[in-house]
Design a protein around this ligand. Structure first.
Ligand code: AMP
Length: 215
């Protein structure tokens, strides 16, 4: 099975949902967005700094993000393979990751790129709700919980992320186009990119990606 994977795609493409499904294959899920949100909820200095960027839709500076990821990759639970969700987002991060993964002898084996049209991304993000406790994703139209505002899995309260509004989303999409999309050619030159259209339902997408990773 392929290990040490990067999940790429614009906001709303379904990276988080897919990553949570792929955990069942035994990989450690590392979401830099989740890590920042935890720092914010713990009101740490890093959290305060990150919130000022995240809420406006901007990227957290490279040096801060790279250091956080470097500490995370050094943890023993990454030894059996990791799934990076939301990192790298800039060329500087991708280059730093090259160095880090060599150092710990865990090279990136594949980059899964999720594609989706912009109209659908806006619909998905503006209706997205997330469980405060377990992070499970929902949608007010496409993936409703059984009881409004309550997580089916753990009973936690559902909330709307502060950066899931039309203004921040425009900025996030712009960052994706300018800063992150160039990484597709960076990894394509290395022969690592595999593209999946995420306009299918999440179960179908998971089956397709799982089949590829196990092949
Ligand atoms: P996500 O949960 O992946 O959508 O990330 C939410 C927000 O966290 C992003 O819009 C950025 O502001 C910030 N963020 C997450 N990962 C990174 C990264 N690799 N580099 C810079 N900022 C990041």
């Amino acid at each position: 099975m392929k290990k040490n994977i990067i999940l790429m795609g614009p906001p709303g493409a379904g990276k988080g949902t897919l990553a949570k499904q792929l955990i069942s294959l035994g990989m450690t899920h590392i979401s830099t967005g989740d890590m920042f949100r935890e720092e914010i909820s713990n009101q740490t200095e890093l959290g305060k700094l990150a919130a000022s960027y995240i809420n406006a839709g901007h990227l957290v500076p490279d040096e801060v993000t790279i250091k956080m990821l470097q500490n995370r990759l050094a943890k023993p639970d990454c030894e059996n393979g990791f799934l990076l969700d939301g990192f790298p987002r800039t060329l500087a991060q991708a280059e730093a990751l090259e160095g880090m993964s060599k150092e710990i002898n865990r090279p990136i084996e594949t980059v899964i790129s999720l594609t989706c049209d912009e109209e659908e991304l806006i619909k998905r993000i503006s209706g997205r709700r997330v469980c405060k406790v377990c992070g499970a994703p929902y949608h007010i139209v496409n993936m409703k919980p059984k009881q409004e505002g309550i997580c089916d899995k753990c009973g936690g309260e559902l909330y709307q992320r502060k950066d899931d509004n039309v203004e921040s989303l425009k900025v996030r999409l712009q960052h994706y186009t300018v800063d992150t999309a160039p990484l597709l050619s960076f990894y394509s030159k290395k022969g690592l990119i595999v593209e999946f259209n995420s306009l299918v339902d999440s179960g179908t997408l998971f089956d397709e990606v799982k089949k590829f990773l196990l092949s």
